[in-house]
Design a protein around this ligand. Structure first.
Ligand SMILES: Nc1ncnc2c1ncn2[C@@H]1O[C@H](COP(=O)(O)OP(=O)(O)OP(=O)(O)O)[C@@H](O)[C@H]1O
Length: 310
């Protein structure tokens, strides 16, 4: 079974926010639907779930137009979290499971099992309102999974989470997919989800700008970065052809055109600063995004400001 979304077009008040978007979600693969704020990710997910009827295009499941029965076997974690704050965690899960027609005993067992898997057993009898943001996010995920869905669609599941919670959620996602499940999640935090995505569809202003297996996209790029754990001065490497130098607290990243030998540049840097850690790397996801769109930053607001300056 595969989710196949074809040629989706959607306009709001004559403004096209999706313009011919395709998305494939095969089993056993983590698919990232990526793009900056306002790119159209939530709109696409709402169309996939039938909340919104698109102006054009189709959504197919298992080679046929998707129907209400198919969608009942899918799980959706919306961006606006919709939990009843006064309900206790376990009761909430049982209630949702019952809405899916699962009998009371089975619903209770599923709730126990999910709470265990999501590290929430100790909070089972607490009302949702007493949970931290990260924990209620886990409950929201449990709600999306309580009927053992064929397909999980998670809208910005990592927003607002600390690094430990991101790791935890990433593990849950991996396990779902390792068991042959279907999963697509959206994110605007490209570098945060880079380690998790196997396959990506990147959209910008309603159009697909990059798609494919992330490993393939990274190796197909001719851009190479030399990373060193020292602040590199322009003067040290002035005799080389170097496209850009980025500096951060961790050191520097030098974007090298194909004509420049990374080992020569590294030797030159070493003459000025001790280097204990270095590497030659393919571009990150956000660098691939910038290269594909010609933008200067992933943030659409900052990009508009930068564009205005030029
Ligand atoms: N019901 C609506 N009516 C009018 N405009 C809408 C509606 N829903 C979404 N939009 C617009 O469509 C565009 C895409 O929005 P969408 O929420 O799909 O983006 P997104 O990629 O999910 O962004 P974010 O990362 O901020 O959630 C935005 O410009 C948004 O303002």
């Amino acid at each position: 079974m595969t989710l196949a979304v074809r040629g989706i077009v959607q306009a709001f008040e004559q403004r096209r926010v999706l313009d011919g978007v395709d998305l494939d979600v095969p089993p056993g693969t983590i698919v990232g639907l990526l793009g900056p704020n306002g790119a159209g990710k939530t709109t696409l997910m709402r169309i996939v779930f039938g909340v919104l009827d698109p102006d054009g295009g189709s959504v197919e499941w298992n080679g046929r137009p998707v129907g209400a029965d198919d969608r009942r076997r899918w799980g959706y974690m919306p961006q606006e979290r919709g939990l009843y704050r006064e309900m206790r965690v376990h009761d909430h899960l049982v209630w949702i499971a019952r809405l899916y027609g699962i009998d009371r005993r089975d619903a209770g067992e599923r709730a126990d099992d999910l709470l265990e898997r999501l590290g929430l057993s100790e909070r089972a009898n607490d009302p949702i309102r007493d949970l931290s943001g990260g924990m209620s996010q886990r409950v929201q995920l449990a709600v999306a999974m309580v009927h053992t869905p064929d397909l999980l669609v998670l809208d910005e599941p990592f927003a607002g989470l600390d690094p430990t919670a991101v790791e935890f959620l990433s593990d849950v996602i991996r396990r779902h997919v390792d068991g042959g499940g279907h999963l697509v999640f959206s994110s605007h935090q490209l570098d945060l989800v880079e380690h998790l995505c196997e396959s990506i569809v990147m959209i910008d202003r309603g159009q697909v700008v990059l798609r494919g297996r992330l490993a393939d996209l990274r190796s197909a790029s001719s851009d190479r970065y030399l990373r060193v754990d020292a602040p590199v001065d322009d003067g040290w490497v002035s005799r080389f052809d170097i496209d850009r130098i980025e500096r951060s607290a961790r050191g520097s990243r030098l974007l090298l055109p194909p004509v420049t030998d990374a080992a020569d540049v590294l030797d030159a840097v070493r003459q000025h600063a001790p280097i204990t850690d270095f590497g030659v790397e393919a571009p990150t996801l956000s660098e691939l995004f910038l290269a594909a769109t010609g933008r200067t930053t992933v943030d659409p607001v900052e990009d508009a400001i930068e564009g205005g300056r030029q």
